[in-house]
Design a protein around this ligand. Structure first.
Ligand code: ADP
Ligand code: ZN
Length: 715
């Protein structure tokens, strides 16, 4: 493609981005990926979940006149994407097994008539249709979403994907874009190979998701966990979150705990029937529940953009899964929180998964890396990103380590006390019992075992349970203590620990600082209690209510109307009329017209502005749409009014000199015809023309004629 063509595409793409999506700038790589597709070159795109992959393959549909075919294995996601696209005014449809055969055939017909610009389809169905397409359908791009499914090396191999090599065989000249959020080098190369891509351009986006905060809590107790989750729900009262659990049982238990405390919670795991699972997922997507307690089975195909927090009740088995799961939070780019509860007991369970798995060595290594992450005292995001081979040269400032950088202390005395206690009880206790011994607890089991008789009993009363917990964890990380996973997680002294005990230190530890609850945040309160909200928070709540009502009315999930990020932008910019509303980041043309009134009205009311929204507003809307390239019928449809009314708006706009390009409203022939008839029959030309042109058009012609006369008079 020539340089000029590229520039032209960049400009048009930017215009489309603002018009259809309401965004003012592309994210990194998006434009490059789009231009590559427009230059008809194959590509492999690696971007994290929420990185903005969809726009990369949707945009070519807006920039060219062929259709874009999107192959995706996730049916639930297809539906969501299609709703989101349609709500932005982009004609899209899906063909899949959730619809009747009749519906599917209907959509496939429409494909040929050009009424569908983006088609989502499962790989199996694509293979049934593709021969037919190769003859007479104009296709501008094939996008293969979740492309790692094609590779046996990937973690999610799907046999249906292997046949996709036929695309290139049948359509050698149509570009293919393969997209995935998870791919190591092996899988990446395999994707290109399996799809028979022709010298594909490789795009690797940053896996950084700076809006997601990271936190690990080591060995929290049961109540502490539940309390923490409740505080999350309270903080994000009108949004939702996910609690990931390792087992069905623990998911069910957590669900009970949360429901018991009056929160709207559902459970989701593979043990439920398909109907039950779909129900749970729907209720979550529609925002009826605040939290879903799920096993890892939950989340594939969840595109909900306003998940504000994710809790891992147990450590995941590897960093890939962890990253994908926390990545479900904050897809809209607004702030999101994640926390992982890390307990040594989990390690034993995870270790047994590894032992049973096919690729033991690899999985053991992955588990080790996960453990290292959990135990780290370095910026956690740096560890994550370096895991994905990204180099970062600064700390993130949004993880627990960055927020509470460890202060070093001389930990010799602490370490010696703990080590000596372990030696004296012969390594016969786990972490909780060891702490109880050190702190001189008097519980029955401890006394029964005679632990109160040893010399170090009560030697650590000066430290809290939390402090001991943290320091012993560090001693494990330092290799002074080992956990015998095969012996009820009892703590054992290592050879290195013995040497330290003999030489009496020294050992440096990171000082324990309890992470205070974020000061600016509300404290944990029941829902019914009154909560002090800042004005911005109050406005946000109001706008969320507006959004929820609209969502109910249109029977779509709230985030299809607007993302949280877009609402936050409204709170920040406080648009007071349609024009200002249209400039809000995340508000496209279609949604401006459809939604400006309820939102602007709410904002005006909130600000105490009582005067009515100007009566001319409806005309302004018409003008906005006209400038955006809508014709009269499309304007009427978008606004739900008669074409006749649109013509009367246009006449008014022309009379007020607000419109001077008439080419899309009336043809030269029509204009001349009106002038001609009007001259001969000045009193009833409206009636005479009623049969041959739309009602209202003659009036527009007269307005134009007046306009031209005025201009002449001026010059
Ligand atoms: P992915 O498919 O990579 O998981 P999406 O395409 O769903 O990610 O994008 C995630 C979110 O980011 C969506 O809410 C999307 O509207 C938003 N987004 C994408 N591109 C931009 C952009 N250029 N500016 C602002 N928001 C964007
Ligand atoms: Zn950090």
């Amino acid at each position: 493609m020539t340089n000029n063509a590229t520039i032209d595409i960049a400009q048009r793409a930017k215009a489309m981005l603002s018009r259809f999506y309401g965004y003012s700038t592309f994210r990194p790589l998006q434009l490059e990926i789009i231009t590559t597709a427009m230059a008809r070159r194959d590509s492999v795109v690696l971007m994290p979940t929420g990185g903005g992959k969809s726009i990369c393959y949707q945009m070519p549909a807006l920039l060219s006149d062929g259709v874009v075919i999107v192959v995706s294995p996730l049916i639930a996601l297809m539906k969501d994407q299609v709703t989101a696209l349609t709500s932005n005014g982009i004609p899209a449809a899906a063909v899949n097994s959730m619809q009747t055969e009749e519906e599917n055939r209907d959509i496939l017909e429409q494909l040929f008539s050009g009424r569908v610009r983006i088609l989502y389809i499962s790989p199996e169905r694509l293979l049934l249709e593709i021969d037919r397409w190769s003859r007479d359908l104009k296709i501008s791009l094939f996008a293969i979403d979740e492309a790692h499914c094609i590779s046996q090396w990937g973690h999610d191999f799907r046999p249906g994907y292997t046949q996709l090599s036929r695309i290139k065989a049948l359509f050698p000249h149509v570009p293919v874009m393969a997209l995935t959020a998870t791919a190591d080098r092996l899988t990446r190369d395999d994707i290109a190979l399996q799809l028979r891509l022709d010298n594909p351009q490789l795009f690797i986006g940053s896996f950084d998701r700076p809006n997601i905060s990271l936190r690990v809590m080591t060995n929290p107790g049961k109540t502490q966990r539940v309390n923490y989750i409740c505080s999350m729900i309270d903080r994000y009262r009108s949004d939702s979150g996910i609690v990931y659990c390792l087992s069905r049982k623990s998911a069910e238990e957590m669900d009970k705990q949360l429901s018991g405390r009056g929160y709207r919670s559902v459970v989701y795991h593979a043990g439920l029937s398909v109907t039950e699972r779909n129900q749970a997922q729907d209720r979550f997507i529609n925002g009826e529940v605040q939290v879903v307690c799920a096993t890892v089975a939950f989340g594939m195909g969840i595109d909900k953009s306003n998940i504000r927090w994710v809790v891992h009740n147990n450590m995941p088995r590897n960093i890939e899964s962890y990253y994908q799961e926390i990545g479900r939070a904050g897809r809209d780019g607004a702030k999101a929180e994640t926390v992982m509860f890390y307990s040594y007991a989990d390690i034993a369970t995870l270790q047994s998964f590894v032992d049973e798995s096919g690729q033991q060595a690899l999985n053991a290594e992955k588990l080790t890396r996960m453990k290292e992450y959990a135990e780290a005292s370095l910026c956690r995001r740096r560890i994550l990103l370096s895991y994905f081979n990204e180099t970062v040269d600064h700390d993130c400032g949004n993880c627990d380590v960055c927020l509470n950088p460890p202060e070093r202390i001389d930990g010799t005395v602490i370490v010696l006390k703990a080590l000596s206690a372990i030696v004296r009880i012969n390594g016969s206790a786990g972490i909780t019992m060891l702490i109880d011994i050190l702190r001189g607890a008097t519980r029955q089991e401890l006394i029964q075992r005679g632990y109160d008789k040893i010399k170090t009993y009560g030697a650590g009363r000066d430290l809290s349970f939390g402090e001991w917990n943290a320091y012993i964890s560090q001693m494990i990380q330092l290799g002074l203590i080992d956990i015998a996973y095969n012996e009820n997680n009892h703590l054992k002294i290592t050879a290195y620990g013995c040497r330290i005990l003999d030489s009496r230190g020294p050992v440096i530890l990171a000082k324990y600082i309890p992470i205070e609850r974020r000061s600016s945040r509300r404290k944990v309160v029941a829902e019914s209690e009154n909560i002090q909200l800042s004005p911005a928070e109050r406005l946000l709540e109001l706008l969320k209510d507006v959004r929820e009502k609209l969502a109910k009315k249109e029977q779509v999930p709230p985030y299809i109307i607007f993302s949280d990020k877009a609402l936050l932008e409204m709170v920040r910019t406080e648009p007071l009329d349609m024009e200002e509303f249209s400039r809000v980041e995340g508000v496209g043309e279609r949604k401006t017209v459809k939604y400006w009134k309820p939102f602007v009205t709410a904002i005006r009311k909130f600000k105490g502005i009582n005067e009515n929204l100007g009566a001319g507003m409806s005309q302004e809307e018409t003008l906005l749409l006209l400038n955006a390239g809508y014709d009269v019928n499309a304007i009427a449809e978008a606004k739900g009014i008669k074409p006749q009314t649109v013509y009367s708006h246009l006449s008014e706009l022309i009379n007020n000199d607000k419109l001077s390009d008439f080419s899309s409203i009336i043809t030269r022939e029509q204009y001349l015809r009106v002038m001609d008839v009007a001259k001969k029959h000045p009193d009833d030309f409206y009636v005479l023309l009623a049969d041959e042109m739309p009602v209202g058009l003659p009036r527009v012609a007269v307005a134009i004629s007046d306009f031209l006369l005025r201009k002449k008079g001026n010059s």
